[in-house]
Ligand binder design. Sequence first.
Ligand code: C2E
Ligand code: MG
Ligand code: MG
Length: 447
Amino acid sequence: MHDRIDQAIRNAARNGEGVALAFVDLDGFKLVNDGLGHKAGDELLKVVSERMGACLRRNDTLARFGGDEFVILLPDQGQGQDPKALAPLLEKIRVAVTEPVQVAGQAVQVSCSMGVVMYPRDGLDASALLMNADAAMYRAKDLGSNNFQFYAREMNASVEEKLVLLDGLRQAVQATVDGAGENSFYLLYQPKVDLKSGRIFGVEALLRWRHPEHGVVPPQRFIGLAEESGLIVPIGDWVVRTACRQAQAWREAGLGPITVSVNVSARQFEEARLADRVAAALVDSSLPPALLELEVTESLIMRDLQKSVATMRELKAMGVSLSIDDFGTGYSSLSALKSFPISRLKIDKSFVSDLADNPDDQAIAMAVISLGHKLNLKVIAEGVETEQQCRFLRENECDEMQGYLFSKPVTAKEIAKLVELYVAQPGCCAGLAMAPEEQVVVRAIAA
Ligand code: C2E
Ligand code: MG
Ligand code: MG
């Protein structure tokens, strides 16, 4: 295994490519081994490894690392490829492992937790990659096992560092609720554009943390910790309230109806009072419920399908709309999808980035668009950065787009400017000079 990893890294370095590596640990193996004996345990390991092997290509490597731990090496990954593109494969492996196994005359079932890294992004040699994949695997275990996690730098933060970060988060929650302070949260908004008219019909609210020492911290660096600690609940509550108030302020300023979308994390979604909190935010801001959309992910819904659908129905009954974020990277059974009270699918940016010249991504995007339309849903593409991607999406009847091509996430004030400009000159937002917070390029999207 070490030799293969080294070889894959050398090849990748020479060809400017990437290598993916997954650290797999079985959940519940000890129970079988202790309960039914080592022979049964051995049998289970054989069946499970055969199943994992069957999910892989010929060039991939599956190795037993020890005990109930395995390593999967996936060479020949594209340069700078988003690891999320591996999600369908990882999901296939996860499902294959959870199928029941007959051992010692008994049907037993295990699952697996996986941590995933990419060379060169997450480490330059085998030991760094293995160490980081292991840290990501522990994160998967922490999140309840039977899932996979992509490595992020914070996962290796020491307990001490985590405590410091957590303390900072706590203070930021307090300061934000009290209003201002050096250490606080704020929202940026990224326009969502209708591909036919070029009109900004909505925005996605994206959370930022202004840290007194680290500057602006992006959500990927703290959402995980906020989830782990439960702080995501008060933070998420603040996001919904602030986004609703902002959307209402745009309305009152005469900008016309602008839908605001808010990302909801699993922990928030599982809170019994989510619908109540959202209802309160709507009442307090006077925003019509139809102008609020919540973005949820497939994996969030599939954690507890029945309960999720019930919560979604409750929200829908209030008039709030729902969309599925990062569609295509999670795993939702298509028959379940039919029963989701949603109004929009969001094609994940990992399928959009190579849209111009990757036939697989083109096929996936076209399939999602047609699936969405057959289910009477709007389809939006996220992460649109180039004219070619935009053209492909429009030609294939994607309804809407969001991405740097039109605008990066910007402040509420800048959104107002953009919308006013559109009203004055429909479809002509080109070349607008924007405030320097995030360097912004704004282009005309209208056909
Ligand atoms: P997401 O919901 O999928 O949001 C889209 C992300 O893609 C945003 O990153 C956005 O800035 C980025 N993006 C937009 N257009 C482009 C593009 O053309 N190219 C590229 N490369 N990226 C683009 P951001 O703001 O860093 O947010 C990352 C993730 O953090 C979000 O992914 C969402 O899952 C989470 N997040 C953000 N705000 C919140 C929040 O208030 N609550 C929760 N629970 N999660 C949040
Ligand atoms: Mg989102
Ligand atoms: Mg997304």
